[in-house]
Design a protein around this ligand. Structure first.
Ligand code: UDX
Length: 473
């Protein structure tokens, strides 16, 4: 059997990572996955020693399989002709212009991929939606495929639930695999064919099959629920700061109720990533288009709360530093949206940085994995300033120590493990006094830092008596 993955020429959405990992599983089984992409440099990177994305454990899998039963190619049409199952994992970003701008998913790449498949395919194909799409996309894609094609197509929804940074283990051991198909004979056969692929490494009881719309909707709802938990605990963090409660203690007490569960209750500077905000906005748009204004408003408040959490963090920095950061040096530690990834999409650091630039602070950024070009791209887009203008306020550093030189404050925006073991005594020697730490991830030992003389703010923790708290954030 031959499997064929069509990926976009743009940075892969989180779902694409699944493809890369599955190769590891496929190596053991009678499949030959071919990954095709119209982007020549991207495929060249996949065929080189420097893979185009960072994901722990990924290189090992790719290097072990590549050239054996895993192939990367730009021969899109040949790939389509040879495949039995086509996984489409193109980018589906939020629409920037036109109807639904800012909320709806842009399906341009999906439609282009479908038209290409339709024009080339000569034998029946199972076409699998791997990208996150609004509900009813399968129906629309099926119409495109059958309208323009000359063979039979069965469109399945098979949403990806892996998280970046833990993609490989998530795929080895998924909570569930979801496959949605049309409830007719050929749809059922297509679902069974895909289920058989997964059954090589996933226990059958964890492979759920549903109708295609339930599957498409489940992905949006799963991400909205996860994001909702983060926004809920972040809302609680504001109450904790105002009341003297400790958000981690509250999260522990609440999470030990097995009906609630302990995961996704870590208060933070705000969630990021390519999925949460995009999928919630997608769900909001869907509700609005169905005339469910109050349901739309309910889900939208998750994003509003997240924006507020980022602003709260910046306000704590400004008020903490005696109500102004103009001309003050702030070391921003971490730019990725979470640890163990170089991905910055919707990262809280972007908004924090934009606000600090607006306040005319001098920001020194260090992240162990994010590329410099990516940071400049994110900041020019967020501030609408050109790079030279941004560079008046922002410096990129090669280490946390360099970023902290002469800084008034350290702001932890990503929970990278290496930030936990820095020599904070040494760091303080080179900082302006009093030295501040704003821990946006609650990863540091705040008691130890206070003993060293730092003034420390941590999300949802009892406030440091030395911190200016005249304004409640
Ligand atoms: C998410 C879903 O978890 C995954 O199932 C889906 O396939 C894609 O979207 P991902 O975006 O990779 O995965 O990261 P995730 O681990 O969910 O974290 C998202 C954001 O929430 C990160 O910024 C993270 O730091 C933040 N977060 C997560 C918190 O702030 N607190 C938490 O308790 C958990």
């Amino acid at each position: 059997m031959c499997l064929f993955w069509l990926v976009s020429p743009r940075p892969p959405p989180c779902g694409c990572l699944a493809c890369w990992h599955c190769y590891g599983c496929f190596l053991l089984f009678p499949f030959t996955p071919k990954i095709v992409d119209i982007s020549v440099p991207r495929i060249a990177a996949w065929n080189s020693d420097e893979l185009p994305i960072y994901e722990p454990g990924l290189d090992k899998v790719v290097k072990a399989c590549r050239g054996k039963n895993l192939f990367f190619s730009t021969e899109v049409d040949q790939g389509i002709r040879d495949a039995d199952i086509i996984f489409v994992a193109v980018n589906t970003p939020t629409k920037k212009v036109g109807m639904g701008a800012g909320r709806a998913a842009d399906l341009t790449y999906w439609e282009l991929a479908a038209r290409r498949i339709a024009s080339v395919a000569e034998t029946p194909k199972v076409v699998v939606e791997k990208s996150t799409v609004p509900i009813k996309t399968a129906e629309a894609i099926s119409a495109v495929l059958h309208g323009a094609g000359k063979t039979r197509f069965d469109v399945l929804s098979n949403p990806e639930f892996l998280a970046e940074g833990t993609a490989m283990t998530d795929l080895d051991n998924p909570d569930r695999v979801l496959i949605g198909g049309n409830m007719n004979e050929s749809g059922n056969a297509a679902v069974a064919k895909l289920a058989d692929v997964y059954a090589h490494w996933v226990p059958r009881e964890r492979i759920l099959t549903t109708n295609v719309w339930s599957s498409e909707l489940s992905k949006l709802v799963a991400n909205s629920f996860l994001a909702q938990r983060v926004s809920s605990i972040n809302a609680v963090s504001a109450i904790c700061e105002a009341s003297g409660a400790d958000v981690d203690e509250v999260a522990r007490a609440v999470g030990m109720d097995s009906r609630i569960g302990s995961k996704f209750l870590k208060a933070s500077v705000g969630f990021g990533g390519s999925c949460f905000q995009k999928d919630i906005l997608n769900l909001v748009y869907l509700c609005q288009s169905m005339g469910l204004a109050d349901v739309a408003e309910y889900f939208h408040s998750v994003v509003t709360m997240n924006d507020r959490q980022k602003e709260r963090f910046v306000s704590r920095i400004i008020h903490g530093l005696f109500n102004t950061v103009t001309g003050k040096r702030i070391a921003l530690l971490g730019f990725a949206f979470k640890k163990d990834t170089g991905d910055t999409r919707e990262s809280a650091s972007i908004e924090i940085c934009r606000r600090l630039i607006e306040e005319r602070a001098s920001v020194c950024i260090y992240d162990p994995k994010v590329e410099a070009d990516q940071i400049w791209m994110d900041l020019t887009a967020a501030t609408k300033l050109d790079k030279t203008e941004v560079q008046k306020y922002v410096t990129l550093c090669d280490s946390a120590y360099e970023a902290a030189l002469g800084a008034h404050a350290l702001a932890i925006a990503t929970e990278w493990d290496e930030f936990k073991t820095l020599d904070y005594d040494k760091i303080q020697e080179d900082m302006v006094k009093p030295s501040f730490v704003f821990d946006g991830r609650n990863v540091l030992d705040h008691g130890a830092l206070r003993e060293l003389g730092y003034i420390v703010y941590a999300i949802g923790k009892p406030l440091d008596p030395k911190l200016n708290t005249s304004i409640n954030c």
